[in-house]
Design a protein around this ligand. Structure first.
Ligand code: FES
Length: 112
């Protein structure tokens, strides 16, 4: 199933994949945050082109699947957690998001 209507900065769910438009270039990554499994298709793309988790704002490089900034909080808490943030980022370096190629076909974006 393709993604339609994917303007710059948009993020959508396509099957098991989170598909987005990063500066005009489509991307596809697996959809579960490595922190507490939030649905990354509900996330946003920041000014650096990173995918930001909707729950605790962990950031991912969508070209590699790496977590580049750890979460800010846990469970229902949203705020600074410096040691915990680094711990999560550390284990996330071993559990990167899966990355797939996403391409445009007309008005659609499909995951290969
Ligand atoms: S679930 Fe994604 S940062 Fe917490």
């Amino acid at each position: 199933m393709p993604a339609r209507d994917l303007p710059p900065g948009a993020v959508r769910r396509v099957g098991p994949w989170t598909v987005g438009n990063r500066g005009g270039e489509p991307f596809a990554v697996s959809s579960r945050c490595r922190h507490q499994l939030a649905d990354l298709s509900k996330g946003t793309i920041d000014a650096d082109g990173c995918l930001v988790c909707p729950w605790h704002q962990a950031k991912y490089d969508v070209t590699t699947g790496s977590m580049v900034a750890g979460p800010k909080g846990l469970l229902g808490y949203h705020g600074p957690t410096p040691g915990y943030t680094q711990l999560v980022r550390g284990y996330a370096s071993l559990l990167k998001l899966r990355v797939r190629r996403a391409i445009r076909r007309g008005d659609d974006v499909v995951v290969e």
